[in-house]
Design a protein around this ligand. Structure first.
Ligand code: ZN
Length: 303
């Protein structure tokens, strides 16, 4: 869920990301994103129904996501849940941790919400969920310098409840930081508008809120754009980060960036946010961009 008004800014003339080089092995792994798997994930996500936070469908979706990780070979001790409530409704975030080899205490968080309202939420946010799953599948046995946390949040549509709980109660206790977070990469509503020529993705930059982390977000977002162009056929534009789960981390001073669809569908939060109305090839292409970026940020092996 994001605000309708976004600002596209030109990025020409900026040099800070020029040092990023194309890495053949990163492209090879980005090419392992499977359009068949993305399709299957989106269809399964649709079948799980309307995943309103606290509903049985919401719980079933979490169990389905967990099963995917187990099928990729992740073990139960890598998977944890973070329970939270909204009034009398209870729900859970799902966290999967893959340990880094050089800086295991520092984490790259890649996240997206799986709850939906009014409809099955195939675009918002089955799209992001499917890509995170593909990233986890492909990188399962790839050594990375930093640890990666794949996080599936619930309670987003009611007002970022899940991510706020995780940021405030798990990653932090008051002002004490329990988990070292290098950066947060959020994926929300990357399904595109069916029937349109979806050849561009928004890269979300922190332009507001806590100001001390803005500059680092700008750098991360430029790197995200660079990775998008290096490892996917998509073009990238900047828009302000807002109204999605990364904001819960932004408020704690963390460095955030993320993807959001460029041509905005008006179907999220309606019963018509379905597989038939989602641009699967666009999700697939953003999947490739995500694989490139996640390997870059996490310092994946180039061998
Ligand atoms: Zn969303």
């Amino acid at each position: 869920m994001k605000k309708l008004i976004t600002t596209a800014l030109c990025i020409f003339g900026l040099t800070s990301s020029d040092a990023q080089e194309f890495i053949r092995k990163y492209q090879d792994r980005a090419n392992l994103v499977s359009i068949d798997r993305i399709t299957a994930n989106l269809k399964s996500f649709e079948k799980l129904g309307v995943k309103t936070t606290g509903s049985p469908e919401n719980d079933n979706a979490l169990q389905w996501i967990r099963e995917q990780y187990l099928s990729y070979g992740y073990t139960a001790d890598q998977i944890s849940e973070d329970p939270f409530s909204i009034g009398k409704k209870k729900s859970n975030n799902l966290i999967i941790t893959k340990k880094g080899t050089v800086n295991p205490d520092q984490h790259i968080i890649i996240c997206g919400h799986f709850d939906s309202i009014n409809g099955p939420g195939v675009n918002d946010n089955g799209s992001g969920t499917s890509i995170i799953l593909e990233a986890a599948r492909i990188l399962k046995d790839v050594p990375t310098d930093y640890s990666i946390k794949f996080i599936h949040f619930s309670g987003e549509e009611q007002g970022l409840y899940g991510s706020r709980h995780y940021a405030n109660e798990v990653a932090y206790t008051g002002k004490q930081r329990n988990i070292e977070i290098k950066m947060v990469l959020n994926l929300d509503q990357v399904g595109g508008k069916k029937g349109m020529f979806n050849d561009t993705v928004f890269c979300d930059e922190d332009q507001d809120g806590t100001s001390k982390n803005n500059e680092a977000s700008t750098r991360a977002t430029l790197e995200l754009m660079k990775c998008t162009k290096l490892y996917s056929p998509l073009k990238a534009e900047i828009d302000p980060a807002e109204h999605s789960d990364y904001i819960s981390f932004e408020k704690k001073g963390e460095v955030i960036t993320g993807f959001f669809e460029y041509i905005r569908s008006d179907l999220p939060h309606t019963r018509d946010d379905t597989f038939a109305n989602t641009d699967v090839r666009y999700v697939y292409n953003i999947g490739k961009a995500t694989l490139g970026a996640l390997q870059h940020f996490a310092g994946a092996s180039d061998k």
